[in-house]
Design a protein around this ligand. Structure first.
Ligand code: NOJ
Length: 563
């Protein structure tokens, strides 16, 4: 029986692997990944050593935002398979001692969800109060420019409000207009969501990744926000980490998780969360969630607007990670990630995907996985998959990227080449091209034309070339995951940052019961002197040359010292 003692739950020693189903494995030759495809790759994941699969949404959806717009929480989209396929995936994972975490997208639904279809018909409908409906701004005419209830912009460009003539009102959509925000103030909405979650847990899943869950409680006054470069107001201060967030999550915990004998992984995606909030939410005895995804580190190379991309100063990364490690050290818990389906590929972003591709992919992995927290591996990260050299806007599929290009170029008159350059670096589609299984024409992903183009480098960067090669990125990830499973210091050890002012070397220790691990990594293209050592070299990514006193470019070492 796995431990449920607070502080020792199974998910603290686990490594999670995120599958983005559209792009993982196509089994039926339609160019889109599916659940039977995932099932055919479970042995690959088992061989890598991961404990949990987090599956991005596979529910019924019109796919305006690739499944993050759900029209039926209770069914699987035919593109991906059937409920029987999900049952089979759960069974195949459980047979191997692995688990399945599903995405939970309940800040909003699709506008094609039956709840919204009814809600928009009129103010007397059964679901009238299930969404964020508001009258036009006083003194204006609904539907005309400037009549929106407030000035908030949507994450996917344009206003966050959509006029609905049949109600004579606007509805709020923080994301696309096909993603109306649910009204969490309505207790009936919260009950319906809890009931749906309970049905999924009854089906046998092992937890939820909760999409933008810290947006569910909005400031009831919905005030105008400070006007940004886009011309729209910043609503973040009024909808992120809102007044009733912890109350709603505590209610969810009571109604969904507390009565069960199992122990579930719950991870809340929380842009703009603070370490203090995270410490409270993830407190082993009193918190509401296992862990959260915070965004501080992935914002360090831009100035608030992700399209204004700059270089990373490594010292900022240390300050940020160090702060989160310290704030959650006593009772809280961190998630650890470089990548997911919304972030560019880490080896291209903060590594060097040209002359130091292997070393930088493995050095960055080493640093991340040795922090205290639960590491997440995003599909293809374990192969060192890179960003994509998109040379035409027509190659992009992501709603955020496509809308941004249209607004920046057509409305704001920005230089198309400059806009495309920023997209090449930051677009979410960098993470969404198909998994590179082989060097073959469809990369082993599909026999058809894929829904988004393959990265041409699949002829070199692919699983077939790496699995079984002890010097591969894959093998290094495998060793890091195995180390976490075998050494309790990696899971539970105290964290201490070293060399905070060094802009090339990332170094820290982990310590538990007299045993310490020392991690030293040169995260730069130049060799650097470094005299930090421990007794026993546990893991390294490059051939050992301790005599020179230098760390080679992107060299990473883990030492163990026993008292
Ligand atoms: C966060 C998800 O990760 C992202 O892909 C999605 O577009 C938004 N939430 C809206 O659901």
């Amino acid at each position: 029986m796995p431990s449920r003692e607070p502080g020792h739950e199974w998910w603290r020693s686990a490594v999670v692997y995120q599958v983005y189903p559209r792009s993982f494995q196509d089994s039926d030759g339609d160019g889109v990944g599916d659940i039977p495809g995932i099932i055919s790759r479970v042995d690959y994941l088992h061989d890598l050593g991961v404990d949990v699969v987090w599956l991005s949404p596979v529910y019924r959806s019109p796919h305006d935002d690739n499944g993050y717009d759900i029209s039926d929480y209770e069914d699987i989209d035919p593109t991906f398979g059937t409920l029987a396929d999900i049952d089979e995936l759960i069974a195949q994972l459980h047979t191997r001692g692995m688990r399945l975490v599903m995405d939970l997208v309940v800040n909003h639904t699709s506008d094609e969800h039956a709840w919204f279809v009814d809600s928009r018909t009129g103010r007397e409908s059964a679901h009238a109060d299930w969404y964020m409906w508001r009258d036009p701004r006083p003194g204006t005419v609904g539907g005309e420019p400037g009549a929106e209830p407030n000035n908030w912009g949507s994450f996917f460009s344009g206003s966050a409000w959509q006029w609905e003539p049949s109600r004579g009102q606007y509805y709020l959509h923080l994301f696309s207009k096909k993603q109306p925000d649910l009204n969490w103030e309505n207790p009936v909405v919260r009950e319906a969501i809890a009931a749906m979650m309970n049905r999924w847990l009854d089906r046998g899943i092992d937890g939820f990744r909760m999409d933008v869950i810290n947006f569910i409680s909005k400031d009831a006054a919905l005030p105008d926000g400070a006007v940004l470069e886009t011309g729209f107001g910043d609503g973040m201060p009024y909808f992120a980490n809102g007044p009733r967030l912890q109350e709603y999550l505590a209610e969810m915990k009571a109604n969904v998780f507390d009565g069960r004998s199992g122990d579930y992984l719950t991870v809340g995606e929380m842009p703009a969360a603070t370490p203090e909030l995270a410490a409270s939410l993830t407190d082993a005895r009193t918190g509401q969630l296992s862990m959260i995804f915070q965004f501080e580190h992935v914002g360090l190379d831009h100035d608030g607007v992700k399209w204004n991309v700059g270089a990373l100063d490594l010292r900022d990364l240390k300050t940020s990670f160090g702060r989160w490690q310290d704030a959650l050290a006593e009772n809280g818990w961190n998630s650890l990630y470089w990548n997911n389906h919304d972030q560019p590929r880490i080896v291209s972003r903060w590594g060097n995907d040209r002359e130091h591709w292997y070393a930088s992919a493995t050095a960055l992995a080493t640093v991340l996985h040795l922090h205290r927290g639960t590491p997440y591996v995003y599909q293809g990260e374990e192969l060192g998959m890179t960003n994509v050299p998109f040379d035409d806007i027509a190659a992009l599929r992501d709603i955020e990227s496509v809308n941004h290009y249209a607004v920046a170029v057509d409305l704001l008159g920005q230089e198309p080449a400059a806009v495309l350059d920023a997209l090449r670096r930051m677009s979410r589609d960098n993470a969404r091209t198909p998994m590179q299984w082989t060097a073959e024409p469809g990369a082993g992903f599909t026999s058809a034309s894929p829904w988004i183009g393959l990265n041409a480098n699949h002829d070199r960067v692919n699983a077939a070339a790496q699995v079984g090669d002890p010097n591969s990125v894959f093998a290094h990830y495998r060793r890091l995951i195995a180390l976490r499973h075998s050494d309790p210091v990696v899971v539970h050890g105290d964290f201490r940052m070293l060399l905070p002012d060094d802009s090339s070397v990332y170094a820290f220790t982990r310590e538990l019961d007299g045993t310490s691990l020392l991690v030293v990594a040169n995260l730069s293209d130049e060799a650097v002197p470094c005299d930090l050592r421990g007794d026993e070299l546990v893991l390294t990514n490059l051939p050992e040359d301790t005599a020179s006193g230098l760390l080679a470019p992107w060299e990473a070492r883990i030492y163990r010292t026993r008292a």
